[in-house]
Design a protein around this ligand. Structure first.
Ligand SMILES: [Fe+2]
Length: 212
């Protein structure tokens, strides 16, 4: 079983921070997204990155890794290349998890999607104010409607999926930033290619997401 090195985790976190900073500097984001990127970056500045919790660096061996590898997941263009490149060599070493209750209409969902958190309450680098991680959704899987009090920002790293929030659906390609305000109901559905997206949570990051 692989173990994620603190250096690899820091490189992946650093790539996301650099990407968010570059997006802010470019100045083309909607005001709400820009404000949340600033919030995320400021909160990440408060995290103690000098110490990694070893037990959260252990790889979990989730089946979604095989699905990503079988799908020959590819990067999504220059805007996300550095983020993709920082995560890709370590897909099988990330601490993947899936923590929803089972649902009868999607009995295999827990084997086809997962997330790996690098900063947060249950993560190698501890924070109770901000989370940073990677979500993976296998090909043609619907991540059903869910909600959580945390404000959520996604950066699509690979895969163009259908994103639904507040009843409105759009396809977002790699490089897209998607903001989910607190408690908005949202869902994602991967196409033929898996979806990989980096995410950040702020606000109440302790309360888990729930299906509706
Ligand atoms: Fe969410």
């Amino acid at each position: 079983m692989n173990t994620l090195s603190p250096a690899a985790a820091l490189a992946a976190i650093g790539a996301v921070r650099q990407h968010f900073t570059a997006r802010l500097v470019a100045g083309r984001e909607a005001p709400a997204i820009a404000a949340e990127l600033e919030n995320v970056l400021a909160l990440l500045d408060t995290v103690d990155f000098s110490h990694a919790d070893e037990k959260h660096l252990r790889a979990s061996g989730h089946p979604v890794i095989r699905q990503l590898q079988q799908a020959h997941v590819r990067g999504g263009g220059a805007s996300t290349e550095a983020v993709f490149g920082a995560f890709l060599p370590h897909l099988d070493a990330l601490p993947w998890r899936y923590s929803y209750e089972p649902r009868p209409d999607a009995p295999d969902i827990g084997a086809r999607m997962a997330w790996a958190e690098l900063v947060g309450p249950i993560a190698p680098f501890h924070s109770s104010k901000v989370c940073l991680g990677l979500t993976a959704i296998g090909p043609r899987l619907l991540y059903p409607q869910h909600y959580h009090p945390a404000v959520e920002t996604y950066l699509v790293v690979s895969g163009t999926a259908s994103w639904t929030a507040d009843g409105s659906t759009r396809r977002h390609p790699p490089g897209a930033l998607i903001l989910h305000p607190s408690n908005i109901v949202h869902a994602m559905e991967a196409g033929d290619e898996p979806l990989l997206a980096a995410y950040a949570w702020t606000g109440d990051v302790e309360t888990l997401s729930a299906y509706i």
